[in-house]
Design a protein around this ligand. Structure first.
Ligand SMILES: [Zn+2]
Length: 465
C-alpha cells in the first residue's frame, strides 16, 4: 500500500453515483482511507434546505467538481442517518433533531461506505461537528471581548466550547455516533476550536462560561481581558503608520516578544483557548479508550498556522492525544480572509486605505501574492477555474511548522482541499508529496472531477521530486 491518502466522501455522492462507481474511482486514485459523515440527503427546492456546497458567507462562486443530481450547485435537505439515543442526552439542555429519514431513502449509506472501505482494504473514519447542537442558546454563544456576540462573518453557528450544556451535548453526540458506527476505525471532529473566520472571532470567547473555566484553571482573567481589550482598542485606532509598524513587528521576533512582554494577557488568552481545545480532545480520548474496543484513531482537524494560535488548535499538545493532526489547507476560504478581516478593520477605521489594510493582513496571515494596488475586490472565494492568489509555497511553511511541532509523535496528515484550478491542484499535490507530511486527506470526493482524480493518481504516487 502506498503513502497514506484519505478522501472525504459525502454520502450524497454514493446515493447519486452508486457505491461501486465511487469506490472504483477512489481505489484507482490510490486511496488508502475514507472518512464520511452520518447523513443522507435529497435535492430540495431553492430556498429550502441548505445550499451545497455551503456558501461560507459569500462563496457564491464555489461549485462542485462532480455533478450531484445533475447539478454543480443545489439545495439539499439532509437527514441524520441514525436515530439518536435520547438517554445519552438526558442531562443536557440540548436534544438532537429528531427528523426521521423518509422511507424512500436509504439510511444505511454511511454504514455501507464503512463496510465497502473495509472490503477494499481501506480504513474508514467518521466525522462529526459536536459543538453544533440544534438551536444554540443565546447564553451558549461565543462572546467578544467587548461583551457582544461577533458581528463579523459567521460561517457556522457553533456553541462555546466551555458552555457546560454544549460540552455535555458534544460528548453525548460523539458517544452516540460511535455506538451507531462501531466498525469505524477513527474519529474526526470538526469545529472543536474557536472561530478564526473573522477578526471578531479571534477576540472570542469572553462568555461567563469561559471566565469560570479560566478562573478554575488559575488564569488571571482580569489581565487576560485587560490586555486583550488593549489590543482590540489598538485595532480600532489604526493609522497607516501603525500598519507599517505592525508589518515590521511580524518580521522581527524580538519586537513581537517586546509587545507580548508588555501584554502577557494576550499570550495567556491564546494558552487558555488551547487548553480548552486540548482538554476536550483529552476527554474524548479517554472516552474512546474506555469504550472496550481496540484503540480507535482520533485525528485533530482544524485551522492551520497562523490561525490555529487563535483557534486553540495546539498541534504540539494534540499530537500527544491524537493519532494524526490534520491542519486544513482550505485555500478557497483563505482567499477571502483578507477581505473578511479587512472589512472589519475598515469599518473600525474608515479613513484607512484598503491597500494599506490588505498589505498588512496578507503579511500577518502569511498569504503572499503578486497583486499590486490591493483592493477588497481581489479577495473572494474564487470561481472554479480562477487561480487562488496566495502563493502555494506559503503552505509548505505551514506544514513544516506543524511537522516540527509534533516531532513525529503523531502523523502529520494535512487536509488538502480539492477546490483549486487544475494546474494549482497539481502544484499543491506535488508540494504536499515533497513535504514532511506523512500523507494527506482530501476534501472531498465531490470536488474531484475525473481530471482531478487523474492528477491525484499521477502526482501523489510519483516519487518525491
Ligand atoms: Zn465562552
Amino acid at each position: 500500500m502506498g503513502r497514506f491518502l484519505g478522501i472525504f466522501i459525502n454520502p450524497a455522492f454514493v446515493q447519486y453515483e452508486g457505491l461501486d462507481r465511487v469506490f472504483d474511482n477512489l481505489q484507482s486514485a490510490g486511496a488508502t482511507a475514507v472518512v464520511t459523515h452520518p447523513g443522507v440527503a435529497r435535492p430540495a427546492a431553492d430556498g429550502k434546505g441548505g445550499r451545497f456546497p455551503p456558501l461560507h458567507t459569500d462563496g457564491y462562486n464555489r461549485v462542485l467538481g462532480r455533478e450531484l443530481w445533475g447539478k454543480r450547485e443545489l439545495h439539499l435537505q439532509t437527514f441524520r442517518a441514525f436515530d439518536p439515543d435520547p438517554a445519552l442526552y438526558a442531562d443536557t439542555a440540548y436534544a438532537p433533531t429528531a427528523r426521521p429519514v423518509p422511507d424512500d431513502m436509504d439510511r444505511e449509506v454511511p454504514a455501507r461506505i464503512i463496510a465497502e472501505a473495509h472490503k477494499r482494504g481501506m480504513q474508514a473514519h467518521v466525522q462529526i461537528s459536536p459543538f453544533q447542537p440544534p438551536g444554540v442558546r443565546p447564553e451558549d454563544r461565543p462572546i467578544c471581548v467587548d461583551g457582544a456576540p461577533p458581528r463579523g462573518p459567521l460561517v457556522a453557528n457553533v456553541a462555546c466550547l466551555n458552555s457546560p450544556q454544549a460540552h455535555a451535548y458534544a460528548l453525548a453526540a460523539v458517544r452516540d455516533l460511535l455506538a451507531h458506527y462501531p466498525d469505524a476505525d477513527g474519529l474526526f471532529m470538526d469545529w472543536v476550536e474557536y472561530d478564526a473566520y473573522g477578526i471578531e472571532g479571534c477576540f472570542t470567547c469572553f462568555c461567563p462560561h469561559c471566565e469560570a473555566a479560566a478562573n478554575g484553571q488559575g488564569f488571571d482573567w482580569a489581565r487576560i481581558k485587560g490586555d486583550t481589550m488593549r489590543l482590540w482598542d489598538w485595532l480600532h485606532a489604526l493609522t497607516p503608520r501603525e500598519l507599517v509598524r505592525s508589518r515590521r513587528v511580524m518580521r522581527n521576533p524580538s519586537e513581537l516578544l517586546e509587545r507580548l512582554t508588555d501584554a502577557p494577557g494576550v499570550a495567556e488568552f491564546l494558552r487558555f483557548k488551547a487548553d480548552t481545545v486540548v482538554g476536550f480532545y483529552r476527554q474524548v480520548r479517554d472516552m474512546l479508550n474506555g469504550s472496550g474496543r481496540p484503540r480507535r484513531h482520533m485525528s485533530a482537524r482544524g485551522w492551520p498556522p497562523p490561525w490555529n494560535r487563535s483557534s486553540g488548535m495546539d498541534y504540539r499538545r494534540l499530537a500527544t492525544i491524537c493519532d494524526a493532526v490534520t491542519p486544513k489547507l482550505f485555500t478557497f476560504d483563505y482567499c477571502a480572509l483578507p477581505r473578511w478581516y479587512g472589512q472589519t478593520l475598515l469599518d473600525w477605521n474608515p479613513d484607512l486605505p484598503q491597500a494599506a489594510i490588505l498589505d498588512a493582513l496578507v503579511e500577518w496571515m502569511n498569504l503572499p501574492d503578486d497583486i499590486e494596488n490591493r483592493s477588497f475586490a481581489h479577495y473572494n472565494i474564487p470561481a472554479p477555474g480562477e487561480r487562488h492568489p496566495a502563493k502555494l509555497e506559503s503552505y509548505r511553511a505551514r506544514i513544516e511548522e506543524v511537522a516540527a511541532q509534533i516531532e513525529g509523535r503523531a502523523r502529520c496528515l494535512p487536509f488538502a482541499h480539492a477546490y483549486l484550478p487544475e494546474p494549482q491542484w497539481e502544484e499543491m499535490l506535488a508540494l504536499l508529496r515533497d513535504s514532511p507530511a506523512d500523507g494527506i486527506w482530501v476534501q472531498m470526493y465531490g470536488y474531484l472531477s475525473d481530471t482531478k482524480l487523474d492528477i491525484l493518481r499521477r502526482v501523489w504516487r510519483t516519487e518525491a521530486g
